[in-house]
Ligand binder design. Structure first.
Ligand code: ADE
Length: 235
């Protein structure tokens, strides 16, 4: 998968993609993340990419022209499956969307800034508008990093234990069960005995029941959804 991220703050993303799993995925050639500075695509003086909002509301708006020039340059080089704009008024990102997007070969992610981007850029160039939650960040860079991380870790070969992405919280609408490592007894806090038993079938059963219980306590909305979807009597 190749992810092209367009931003006016490219340095903000360097360190994020230069570490851990994301770095390894790029070294293995499984994923490629290319960050583009929107200012390289403007024809205005002082590398200007934003301007005042028509009608006079507060805040600056990213201009359509440099966005168009950048996206058009990329589209001339290869085909893209999606051009995503990170914005708080987009569709809320979730695991299902991550699963779907992780199958894409090439995507562009545009980071907004200031008061957003000119509506014409959204209408003419963007295929998906994505929010990471109901709060407003000062730019789309962190949101783009979060979405990229969620997609890249799903690509086969990125995680060392291939099954672990499948057992994440949310993959089957349940939160993940509790996990433990050594020691088995820490200051009198004991690891559930079944996990030490070696009985895979019983361990699987314990994990499922623990996941169910945790979801019921912490996310009753997800629990209701899970029980509805798994009710054999439901239509
Ligand atoms: N840009 C600013 N806030 C955002 C959010 N919540 N999600 C995605 N992009 C954003």
């Amino acid at each position: 998968m190749r992810i092209d991220i367009i931003t006016c703050l490219p340095k903000l993303l360097d360190s994020f993609f230069g570490h851990s799993i994301l770095k390894r995925a790029q070294e293995k050639g499984i994923a490629e993340v290319v960050v583009h500075d929107l200012r390289d695509y403007t024809q205005f003086k002082h590398r200007q990419v934003d301007d005042y909002s028509y009608g006079g509301s507060a805040g600056m708006v990213l201009m359509v022209e440099p966005i168009d020039r950048c996206i058009s340059t990329l589209k001339n080089e290869r085909e893209y499956d999606a051009v995503i704009y990170m914005t708080p008024d987009g569709k809320t990102f979730d695991q299902q969307t991550a699963n779907r997007f992780s199958l894409f070969k090439n995507i562009i992610i545009l980071c907004g800034h200031y008061k957003g981007v000119d509506e014409r850029a959204r209408q003419a160039l963007i295929t998906h508008e994505i929010s990471i939650g109901d709060y407003v960040l000062s730019g789309g860079e962190l949101a783009a990093a979060i979405v990229s991380d969620a997609l890249i870790r799903l690509i086969p070969g990125v995680l060392s234990d291939e099954t672990s992405a499948l057992t994440d919280s949310f993959q089957d609408s349940l939160l993940a069960p509790a996990v433990y490592t050594r020691p088995a007894d820490y200051k009198g806090m004991i690891v559930p005995e079944i996990l030490l038993s070696g009985n895979e079938k019983e361990i699987e059963k314990w994990r499922f029941e623990n996941a169910l219980q945790r979801t019921k306590e912490r996310r009753p909305d997800l629990y209701d959804k899970f029980t509805r979807e798994n009710d054999p009597d439901a239509k």
